[in-house]
Design a binder for this molecule. Structure first.
Ligand SMILES: NC(=O)c1ccc[n+]([C@@H]2O[C@H](COP(=O)([O-])OP(=O)(O)OC[C@H]3O[C@@H](n4cnc5c(N)ncnc54)[C@H](OP(=O)(O)O)[C@@H]3O)[C@@H](O)[C@H]2O)c1
Length: 358
């Protein structure tokens, strides 16, 4: 099959890491073996893939040369291991994500991708492939942060009533990010009040997805205005996790303490507030590490894996309520992926998910 394969040497990756930027594309289209499925795995013919910032970060700094790349996918089942055959038949429409960029077996920027049979979801009628592909890394990260770490009730277990007390209020920094757009919806499904930040050009967008109040994070008095209006918020999700964003969240939580979940390792400390980073790939239930043997290690988390199974099982009916973010479709297959990765590197994507169809 054809796939987009990482090709940076360790020297280039280390140089990129030191310089904080990348030289060249770091990928090429290559002919590689089609993945072979294990007992409880399925092979998926990829029809659409959604792009995430993590894709280019892996390619630039982490992926060993020869690794397959890309995480999110939507497509049809093209084969199943013996232990997966009862769940899936050839032709079933499925979507999910894999940890692309670390080995030669997993990557969605490819004609075919393999995945564990219970870690994909069945795409309902009315959801097209481009939409289905967006419920990968961004959606599951929002679920992981809110349902596993901030005690927001599960989307498949909510009573639908509005809750307006301080315990049922969440602050979401960067609500127009795609993680933010999913997080707003999951919190609103639980009946919570959502306070968020965005650039003014994204105010309508975040409100359309359910945010109750939105503030411009660049406004000089933004923190003071939020604290004055909502003095007792104790839960935050920092969907940017760069620069001063975690400190911003900490200040919003300053009156009641509480917890801010970050998506990157910000190393920011805010007195009286707990900051904890989540890592979406733990949802896949396998141990892994960055840049072994020196990088951070992540252990197996069976509770994360169970959470992903639960979320993906419920998505078949919930995808009507937890909607895909706005989508920008890029044509031309692998060329479209390369163009999209460059747009993400340049920070030129706002309030939209880049999706490529094959
Ligand atoms: N730990 C994990 O497992 C995990 C999982 C998913 C993502 N992530 C990381 O989380 C981050 C967000 O991912 P994503 O896919 O949601 O990204 P995304 O959709 O590409 O985020 C784009 C948004 O970032 C906002 N933004 C850009 N510059 C900003 C700034 N200086 N201050 C505040 N907001 C700014 C923009 O909002 P406005 O246009 O409104 O300004 C834009 O809508 C990325 O760093 C990603 O690598 C980590």
């Amino acid at each position: 099959m054809k796939a987009l394969v990482a090709n940076r040497s360790i020297v280039t990756r280390a140089t990129n890491l030191l310089l904080g930027k990348s030289i060249g594309q770091g990928v090429s289209v290559e002919e590689v073996p089609k993945p072979t499925v294990a007992d409880r795995e399925i092979l998926v013919h990829v029809h659409a893939t959604a792009l995430n910032p993590i894709d280019f970060k892996f390619i630039d700094f982490i992926s060993p040369s020869g690794s397959l790349t890309g995480c999110d996918f939507a497509g049809v089942v093209a084969g199943a291991g013996p232990g997966a055959a009862a769940m899936w038949q050839v032709g079933d429409r499925v979507a999910g994500f894999v940890q692309g960029g670390i080995d030669t077996a997993h990557g969605s920027f490819a004609e075919y991708v393999k995945a564990e049979a219970d870690l994909v979801w069945r795409i309902p009628d009315g959801v097209d492939d481009t939409e289905a592909a967006t419920y990968g890394v961004s959606a599951v990260t929002a679920m992981q942060a809110l349902n596993l770490h901030l005690n927001v009730p599960w989307p498949d277990h909510v009573d639908g009533t509005s809750k307006t007390d301080d315990d049922a209020t969440i602050f979401i920094y960067a609500g127009s990010s795609t993680v933010g757009i999913f997080a707003i919806q999951i919190a609103k499904m639980a009946g919570w009040k959502v306070i968020t930040t965005a650039s003014p050009h994204s105010f309508d967008l975040v409100k359309r997805y359910g945010a109750d109040h939105v503030f411009d994070y660049r406004a000089p008095n933004a923190v003071a205005d939020i604290v004055a209006a909502f003095p007792n918020i104790s839960k935050a999700l920092d969907c940017f996790s760069e620069g001063d964003s975690t400190r911003f969240c900490g200040k919003v939580l300053q009156n009641s303490g509480g917890k801010v979940i970050t998506l990157l390792d910000t190393k920011t400390k805010v007195s009286g507030v707990e900051a904890q980073m989540v890592m979406s790939f733990q949802l896949l239930g396998k141990a892994f590490s960055w840049l072994p043997p020196v990088g951070p290690k992540y252990s197996v988390s069976l509770s994360d894996r169970e959470a992903l199974v639960r979320f993906y099982t419920s998505l078949f009916s919930l995808a009507k309520e937890i909607k895909a973010p706005p989508i920008t479709v890029l044509d031309n297959g692998f060329d479209g992926v390369i163009e999209g990765l460059n747009r993400l590197r340049a920070g030129k994507v706002s309030g939209s998910k880049l999706v490529v169809t094959y």
